[in-house]
Design a protein around this ligand. Structure first.
Ligand SMILES: NC(=O)NCCC[C@H](N)C(=O)O
Length: 410
């Protein structure tokens, strides 16, 4: 029986990917809550959907099977027992606003057909949606003070981050920011209960109940045996070490974790915002993450003396480290924006380094990053561009917007 999750590289031919089509949740962004909800601007819904459909079609046209997170979850929640369990957990995890109104909200959510209920949970529930007569707590009447019972989940179209495929298993992530923490519940339920996955007993290398944060944008599968993980604003060194211990212990094929420290900044929130793999020996990079001589702080984690310890050795140069772990004589780093200070900062901000490889040497990128795209082409890469004026407002690119679950081995 073919395993439903299989990812042993960043670049092997993409067979199946999980997306979320942005919906009403982006219309629940207002200036007051942009920062909290991790957006820099408010996307225009019809256009962001059009751009997202273009992205999905670009993948389908290349033979990729596109699955939508919201559809898989709706299928899971068709069982009444699981639906009730999911709602209870979802409301419990949304605790800051639900306080005391759980039963009213549960009844409200259950009044919708399951697909609309899922959309509603993602879009958020406004206080004004519940009849006044059902409100019993002071805060429920304060719609102007804080409008939501359930906060919207506008970052859900960045399916990369809540969970990541590693080999035949997954990390289901505890996300750093409160605004995104509920997102990984979706994958937890899908893996456990959706018929496509449930019967395969998919290994979960690290689960979302682990106390330290890790996000999929930091997890890059360099090869069958090596994963690079960013130590970043979102991913903690502790979670990386725990994941490494579990991967070494539980018979995965992973023998090396390359922990790459990157600056903690909004623009560089994950490793994949500054570094992605585009071919066997080619990578995009934002030059600002390296020191003057290309120096960086990099640590290789390998099996240690016992199951509680990893062996840690330090490296200081990314190019040399990649050559070592991939067994290559040469590798090429393609600078975002061509290394021009202005173009690289501008294009990195709009995810110029955030490419999604759909096979070795073929990537999907945003059209707006024309300097980086030309440079990729000049380096022999085929570039499929997608329109990006609204998609880019959430600060993530094609890699962030996709969660590959099946790739051919390379
Ligand atoms: N892998 C990624 O870099 N994902 C982009 C996530 C953007 C989202 N607005 C966030 O701040 O989490």
């Amino acid at each position: 029986m073919r395993h439903p999750i299989h990812v042993t590289s960043e670049i092997g031919e993409l067979k199946t990917v999980l997306l979320h089509r942005p919906g009403k949740e982006v219309e629940n962004l207002t200036p007051e809550f942009l920062h909290k909800l991790l957006f820099d601007d408010i996307p225009y819904l019809p256009t962001i959907q059009k751009e997202h459909d273009y992205f999905a079609n670009a993948l389908k046209n290349r033979g990729v099977e596109v699955l939508y997170l919201e559809n898989l979850l709706t299928e899971v929640l068709s069982s009444e027992e699981i639906r009730l369990q999911f709602i209870d957990q979802f409301l419990a995890e949304s605790k800051s606003n639900v306080n005391g109104a759980r039963e009213t909200l549960k009844e409200y959510l259950l009044s919708f057909p399951t697909d609309q209920m899922v959309d509603k949970m993602i879009a958020g529930v406004m206080k004004t949606e519940i009849e006044e007569g059902k409100k019993t707590h002071l805060y429920e009447f304060m719609a102007d003070h804080y409008p939501f019972y359930l906060d919207p989940m506008p970052n859900l179209y960045f399916t990369r981050d809540p969970a990541a495929a590693i080999g035949n298993g997954l990390s289901i992530n505890r996300m750093r920011e409160g605004a995104r923490r509920r997102e990984s519940m979706f994958m937890e339920y899908i893996i456990k209960y959706h018929p496509r996955f449930a019967k395969h007993d998919v290994p979960v290398w690290l689960n979302r109940d682990y106390e330290f944060a890790i996000e999929g944008g930091d997890e890059l599968i360099l090869s069958k045996s090596t994963v690079a993980i960013g130590v970043s604003a979102r991913t903690s060194a502790r979670a990386i070490e725990k994941l490494a211990l579990n991967l070494f212990k539980r018979q995965s094929d992973i023998t090396k974790i390359v922990a790459v420290e990157i600056p903690k900044s909004r623009a560089f929130m994950h490793l994949d915002t500054v570094f992605t793999m585009v071919d066997y020996d080619k990578f995009t990079i934002h030059p600002a993450i390296q020191g003057p001589d290309g120096n960086m702080r990099i640590y290789i984690l390998e099996k240690g003396k016992d199951s509680e310890h990893v062996k840690i050795t330090e490296r200081s140069n990314l190019t040399e480290c990649l050559k070592e772990v991939l067994g290559l004589d040469e590798i090429q780093l393609i600078p975002c924006g061509g290394g021009d200070v202005i173009a690289s900062a501008r294009e990195q901000w709009n995810d110029g380094s955030n490419t999604l490889a759909i096979s070795p040497g073929v990537v999907v990128t945003y059209d707006r990053n024309y300097v980086s795209n030309e440079l990729l082409r000049a380096s022999g890469i085929e570039v499929i561009e997608v329109p990006s004026s609204e998609l880019s407002r959430g600060r993530g690119g094609p890699r962030c917007m996709s969660m590959p679950i099946m790739r051919e081995d390379i």
